[in-house]
Design a protein around this ligand. Structure first.
Ligand code: ZN
Ligand code: ZN
Ligand code: ZN
Length: 343
C-alpha cells in the first residue's frame, strides 16, 4: 500500500513517516516538484536536510521521482510493498493517487500553539531564530488556506484523520503503533464494512422524525434489497407530519403501536419478498432490530442479523432471534472521526 501523509506545518507528518519507515517496514518515496509549497515544515527547505531529519542518509533507501507519473508507476508495480510519501501538494495530484486501490490519505493536525512550539524547537536545533507566534500563525494561514495552493482542502479528503497532540515522540510512536495504519482494510473495506456502510447510506434517505435507520439484505455477498424507515407509499412523509406519533417528540419506544412508519427492516423484507430471501440471507441494519421486526426476520428465514448500534430492546430481540435459530452479531464500521493520538 501507499500512504500519503498531509497536514499543517509541524503537525507531525514527517515524524509519523519516520515511525512507519523505522518500525513498520515502509519505504519513503519523494516527489521533486515545482508545485511544492513555499512554506514547509523546515526552517530551511532542503531535501537533504529533511531526509536527515527522517534518519535516512542511505541514498538507496530514498526514492525521489521527477513526476507524479513516474512515482505512481513505481508504486503501482510495487503495490504490495509498504510505501509512504509526504509530497502531495495539490488537489490534482491527490485525485490521481485516490484513483488507485492501494492508496490511503492520512491527514495530521495539531493545535497551532503546539505546532509553533515544535517549529521553534526545530529552529533552535539548527541555531536559527524562532519566529514569533504571530508570524507563525500568518504562515500557517497561508499554508492552509491560500487560494488554489492551500492544503486544507487536501486534509478534508483524508480517509484517516489524526489529531496529533502528543507531547513527546514516544507518545506519538505508541499511538501510531496502536493505530496500525498499514491495515489493508483501511484502503479496501471488508464485506461487513461494505454492507454496513450501504445500510448507513440508506438511512440517510429516511424521513422519520424519530430516528434514521437503514437496512440491506444480502445473500451470497449480493444485495437483494435495501430499505429505510418512513411512512408507507401515498401517505405524507413522516417529516411532513405523516406520522403524528413520531412528530410528538416522545422518548424512543413510546407509543410504538400507533406509529405509521415502516421500519427499515420491514421495507427491505417487503421489497425482497420471501422467495428471494431464502436460507443463507444476511440482514445488515445500522440499528439493532426492534421486537416487531425481529419476529418478521425470523419468519422469512433470514440466517444472520448484523447490526451496528444498539437500541432499547436489544436483549429481547436477541432472545427471540436465538430461539428462532437466527445468528445475531454486532459490527460497527471504522469511524471516520478524527483519531486523537495521545497516550
Ligand atoms: Zn416516523
Ligand atoms: Zn411513527
Ligand atoms: Zn423495527
Amino acid at each position: 500500500m501507499l500512504i500519503g501523509l498531509c497536514g499543517g506545518i509541524c503537525s507531525g507528518k514527517h515524524a509519523i513517516a519516520e515511525y512507519l519507515i523505522q518500525h513498520q517496514g515502509f519505504r519513503l518515496i519523494k516527489l521533486r516538484t515545482t508545485s511544492s509549497p513555499r512554506i514547509t515544515d523546515e526552517p530551511e527547505d532542503d531535501l537533504r536536510l529533511r531526509a536527515s531529519t527522517l534518519g535516512i542518509n542511505d541514498d538507496s533507501s530514498q526514492l525521489v521521482f521527477d513526476s507524479v507519473d513516474s512515482l505512481i508507476s513505481f508504486a503501482t508495480e510495487r503495490w504490495q510493498e509498504n510505501l509512504v510519501t509526504t509530497d502531495i501538494w495539490d488537489g490534482a495530484t491527490l485525485d490521481r493517487f485516490l484513483l488507485r486501490p492501494f492508496f490511503l490519505l492520512v491527514s495530521v493536525d495539531a493545535p497551532v500553539s503546539l505546532r509553533w512550539k515544535r517549529f521553534a524547537e526545530r529552529c533552535q536545533k539548527r541555531r536559527l531564530d524562532p519566529p514569533p507566534l504571530e508570524k507563525f500563525v500568518l504562515w500557517n494561514d497561508q499554508h492552509l488556506y491560500e487560494k488554489d495552493v492551500g492544503s486544507a482542502y487536501l486534509t478534508d479528503r483524508a480517509q484517516v484523520r489524526l489529531f496529533n497532540s502528543s507531547s513527546s515522540l514516544e507518545a506519538l510512536h505508541e499511538a501510531i503503533r496502536a493505530l496500525d495504519l498499514g491495515d489493508e482494510e483501511r484502503v479496501r473495506p471488508n464485506w461487513d464494512q461494505y454492507f454496513m456502510q450501504l445500510a448507513s447510506l440508506a438511512a440517510q434517505r429516511s424521513n422519520c422524525m424519530k430516528r434514521r435507520v437503514g437496512c440491506v439484505l444480502v445473500r451470497e455477498r449480493r444485495v437483494i434489497s435495501t430499505g429505510y424507515n418512513g411512512t408507507p407509499r401515498n401517505l405524507k412523509n413522516c417529516n411532513e407530519g405523516g406520522c403524528p406519533r413520531c412528530n410528538r417528540g416522545e422518548g424512543g419506544g413510546v407509543g410504538l403501536s400507533t406509529c405509521l412508519c415502516l421500519h427499515a427492516e420491514e421495507n427491505a423484507l417487503l421489497e425482497a419478498g420471501r422467495e428471494r430471501i431464502r436460507e443463507g440471507a444476511t440482514l445488515y441494519c445500522d440499528t439493532c432490530p426492534c421486537l416487531t421486526c425481529t419476529v418478521k426476520i425470523a419468519q422469512v428465514g433470514i440466517s444472520e442479523v448484523v447490526y451496528s448500534q444498539g437500541y432499547n430492546m436489544d436483549q429481547d430481540s436477541a432472545a427471540i432471534l436465538e430461539a428462532a435459530g437466527v445468528r445475531l452479531r454486532q459490527f460497527s464500521p471504522v469511524s471516520y472521526q478524527a483519531v486523537y493520538l495521545e497516550f
